[in-house]
Each structure stands twice: as structure tokens, then as C-alpha cells.
Design a protein around this ligand. Structure first.
Ligand code: PAF
Length: 305
């Protein structure tokens, strides 16, 4: 009954399933990963790397798409890095679902998932102390002490393991991007850091793994953050930098679900607060807001006119 259409469809589905299944490898150990990557490099393929902490969403998938367009073999790491959490509750709450993440990555240009356990990355405690100077003394660095040291520890470790040609990071974590660029410069690492635009939900909320922890009411109200930032961009003619900062904080805090931790308008390169719209360079408005127990960040660029 080879010509039975039901059998043909079943065969097709089976082949499709097998194809996707064989395509995606989930590797737990550094040695196994490096053996595969050595072969790929010998074949002349360039390696693209997307480090993540899992709980993947469209923002991560857009990084993977960028990596697929710019490199030949794409590795995604999924590792919830304990050293970058200054709040134990935040680490415990962080969503984890490797199965779902693997399913999401299967139809993308990701060819291999690296999902190590904590001991694999840190066989011994990482005691390295990085110094990023003024870059880490503002915003996230000020409100989450030790956070960027932990990010630098894990990203440098992952770069050492994967040795990517290019690594892809989202602009939502604007300060993290600056810190990683600085780390690459300081450690003279041979990797191109590629920044990719923020991906937003249709209502404007910046995509984040933490969004899935919001209750429906919190989620509904969280859109007020991006809406306020977009409104702020059109107010530079009528308000000074200081007035605009106060306006953003007041407007967001009017919403009973939201509590602003900081809003700073900073120079896009130095990350130091801007005093005047006439100051040189593009300016970025960066914000952190508590929505119940969930801390959300976002940013918007104020282009020089
Ligand atoms: O942006 C993140 O998800 C994390 O900070 C990173 C870069 C994967 C390091 O753990």
C-alpha cells in the first residue's frame, strides 16, 4: 500500500521529524563541544555564537537569525549563570525549560546547543575581578552590584570554550553590550561583538525572558514602560534633560503596578549621564522598573538632530 496517501504523509512527517531531530545537538560537556567545533573549523566554517540563559523568545531567535546570516555554524549556549545574580530570589525565579528552548531552536539556523551544568563552567569558583571603571558605576552596575563582574566571568569563559568568530548580543541589555565590548578589548579576545536591535511585543513591551513571570495584569500594565519611553523621545524640544528624566519617572510611577528604579539619559558610548541635549553624541534613555517582584529594563535612543 505504498501509494496510500496516509502512509506517504506519515512517511513525510517521520522524515521531517528525523531531520530536525538529527540536526539539533544538545551538548553538555566542553570536550564534546570542542571536538565538534574543531571539525567545523577545519572544514573552513566560521562560528557564530549566541550566549543565552534560556527561556528563549523572539528576541533570542532574532539573534540566532543574525548569526545564521553572518556565520556558517551557529552555537547557542543555554546557561543560567549564578555569578551574575546579586539577588538569590531572582536566580531561583529565573525561568528554565531546556525542552521548550530546544524545540524553539530546532527550526532556526542554530546547529548546536551548549547547555552545561554549573560545575562544567565553574569547576572551581571564579574569583576574577574585572574593572570596567565608569562603565559599570552607573545604572545596572550601580543597582546590581557584582552583576557585570558575573557577566564578564561567564562570557569570557564561554568565549574561551567556544572561540567564536562572532558573538551576538541584544541592545535591550545596552550596558551589558558596552561592558562586553570593553572586556573583549581589555582581554584582546579575537571575537567580533555584534549588536542586534531590541525586539518588541506588538504592543511595544521589550521582549524579555522575565515577561513570562508577569501576571496578566502586570503584563497589561508593563506596556506603560515602552509607551512612556516612545513619548519621551518627542519631548526633547520642550523639556531639558533633567526635566525629561523627572517626567518619565513620574509618568511611569503613576501606574500602580510600576515602580521605577532609575531612568538615566546617557551618552551611548561612555554611558555617562548627559546634562544637555546639545552634548555631543547620541543619547540613550535607559530604564529599570519593578513590576511587582519582576524587574524589567528597556531603553530608547534619542538621536542627535
Ligand atoms: O544577556 C544574557 O542573557 C546574559 O547576561 C548572558 C550574556 C547570556 C550571560 O549570562
Amino acid at each position: 500500500m505504498i501509494s496510500d496517501p496516509a502512509v506517504i504523509v506519515l512517511n513525510y512527517l517521520f522524515t521531517l521529524h528525523a531531520h530536525f531531530h538529527t540536526k539539533m545537538q544538545v551538548i553538555k560537556h566542553i570536550n564534546d563541544l570542542q571536538t565538534i567545533l574543531d571539525v567545523k573549523r577545519k572544514e573552513g566554517l566560521s562560528i557564530g555564537f549566541v550566549p543565552t540563559m534560556g527561556a528563549l523568545h523572539e528576541g533570542h531567535l532574532s539573534l540566532v537569525r543574525n548569526a545564521g546570516q553572518q556565520t556558517d555554524f551557529v552555537v547557542v549556549s543555554i546557561f543560567v549563570n549564578p555569578t551574575q545574580f546579586n539577588d538569590k530570589g531572582d536566580l531561583e525565579r529565573y525561568p528554565r525549560d531546556l525542552r521548550k528552548d530546544t524545540q524553539l531552536l530546532t527550526p532556526t539556523s542554530c546547529q548546536l546547543i551548549f547547555a552545561p551544568e554549573v560545575d562544567e563552567i565553574y569547576p572551581e569558583p571564579d574569583t576574577r575581578q574585572f574593572n570596567f571603571g565608569p562603565l559599570e558605576q552607573v545604572m545596572e552596575g550601580k543597582f546590581r552590584p557584582g552583576h557585570f563582574n558575573g557577566v564578564a566571568q561567564v562570557v569570557s569563559r564561554l568565549f574561551d570554550i567556544v572561540c567564536p568568530d562572532k558573538a551576538f548580543f541584544g541592545q535591550k541589555d545596552f550596558q551589558q553590550l558596552a561592558i562586553i565590548r570593553e572586556m573583549v578589548r581589555k582581554l584582546k579576545l579575537p571575537v567580533d561583538v555584534i549588536s542586534c536591535p531590541i525586539i518588541r511585543e506588538t504592543d511595544g513591551l521589550a521582549m524579555s525572558s522575565r515577561n513570562m513571570l508577569l501576571t496578566p495584569e502586570q503584563r497589561h500594565n508593563a506596556v506603560h514602560i515602552s509607551a512612556t519611553l516612545f513619548e519621551a523621545v518627542n519631548k526633547t524640544a520642550e523639556l531639558s534633560v533633567e526635566e525629561l528624566c523627572r517626567w518619565v519617572v513620574a509618568r511611569i510611577n503613576e501606574n500602580e503596578y510600576l515602580n521605577t528604579e532609575y531612568f538615566e539619559i546617557v551618552n551611548e558610548e561612555s554611558l555617562q549621564p548627559v546634562r544637555n541635549w546639545k552634548d555631543a553624541g547620541n543619547k540613550v534613555g535607559c530604564i529599570a522598573v519593578h513590576c511587582g517582584k519582576i524587574r524589567l529594563i528597556d531603553n530608547v535612543v534619542f538621536r542627535n538632530t
